[in-house]
Ligand binder design. Structure first.
Ligand code: UDP
Ligand code: MN
Length: 297
């Protein structure tokens, strides 16, 4: 397993974990080969993380897209549970992207928490809604969102918070281990393998399979990430290609080229359909059941 070199260093600036305790979870991987911590329950001190973040008077952005039927189906619960669990005690700005601003539910917000609505076009195919997020995020990060927030997390709406999701999840760039794939051998991971695609990874490439339902980082890092992915998506489209898992494939390519500074364990975005696993102690976000027939019909 190996001890993460980061754990022996003084608390990292802008890593918001406090001293790390990777040995508290000997049964799981707590450090990547490039020295980034993989945050599992018990490996960080949430109080120290909170103290550091409060001292810096951090404002955290949380972006979410709710287009078409996803708005009525998921947005209210996502926001209500975020109020209970997401960066409690910090300044938070929600950015909701939708084609119907008037339909956004009026969820009561705690002090120091704001919600802004950004209008986006409604794409016809769900894949296009998903892929259009990179371009829209890039624009927002270059505007008000980028001025207001120091760190931003970008999330899918088809999930809800079930446990504390605090500043320990923040870093210069943050990637989420995919709940269904974190135990798989690397060669089986569903990266894009068609060499013609901008998202392609070679047979020996890829560190982990990351889930596009949660990614984040500083505004500058996310500007680079979203620009890279939007460019790849555009190039593929111009050549009549669509990567296997759409924007997620391009995100995985980006994080292969530019390693994330912090990884979140699958506890941070868990699918209850997987069932109980000993290493999943306290899920922070839970996937909603997939009701594709209803949503994508
Ligand atoms: N999305 C949306 N409307 C759509 C399709 C997608 O708002 O018609 C947004 C929504 O935030 C959703 C995300 O894009 O969570 C990704 O799509 P989805 O969750 O369906 O993809 P999956 O998680 O199944 O890969
Ligand atoms: Mn989703």
């Amino acid at each position: 397993m190996g001890v993460c070199p980061l754990a022996r260093m003084p608390p990292l600036r802008d890593n918001f974990t406090g001293p790390l305790h990777p040995w508290a979870r000997p049964e799981v991987l707590t450090c990547t080969s490039w020295g980034a911590p993989i945050i599992w329950d018990g490996t960080f001190d949430p109080d120290v993380a909170q103290q550091e973040a409060v001292q810096q008077n951090l404002t955290v952005g949380l972006t979410v897209f709710a287009v078409g039927r996803y708005l009525e189906k998921y947005l209210a619960r996502f926001l209500e549970t975020a109020e209970q669990h997401f960066m409690v005690g910090l300044r938070v700005v929600y950015y909701v992207f939708t084609e119907r601003p008037a339909a956004v539910p009026r969820v009561p917000l705690g002090p120091g928490r704001w919600l802004r609505v950004e209008r986006v076009a409604r794409e016809r195919r769900w894949q296009d809604v998903s892929m259009a997020r990179m371009r829209a995020l890039h624009a927002a990060l270059g505007g008000r969102l980028g001025r207001e927030a120091r760190f931003v997390l970008c999330m899918d709406v088809d999930q809800h918070f079930s446990g504390a999701f605090g500043p320990e999840a923040l870093a210069e760039s943050v990637a989420q281990l995919h709940a269904w794939h974190y135990r798989w051998p690397r060669r089986l991971l569903p990266f894009e393998r068609d060499a013609r695609s901008a998202a392609a990874l070679g047979p020996a490439e890829g560190d982990f399979y990351y889930h596009a339902a949660v990614f984040g980082g500083s505004v500058a890092a996310l500007r680079r990430l979203t620009a890279h992915c939007a460019r790849g998506l555009r190039r593929d489209r111009a050549r009549g290609l669509e990567a296997r898992w759409h924007d997620e494939s391009h995100l995985n390519k980006f994080f292969w080229l530019y390693k994330p500074a912090k990884l979140l364990s699958p506890e941070f975005c868990w699918s209850p359909d997987i069932g109980r696993r000993a290493e999943i102690r306290r899920p922070r976000l839970l996937w909603a059941p997939k009701e594709y027939a209803l949503l994508r019909g």
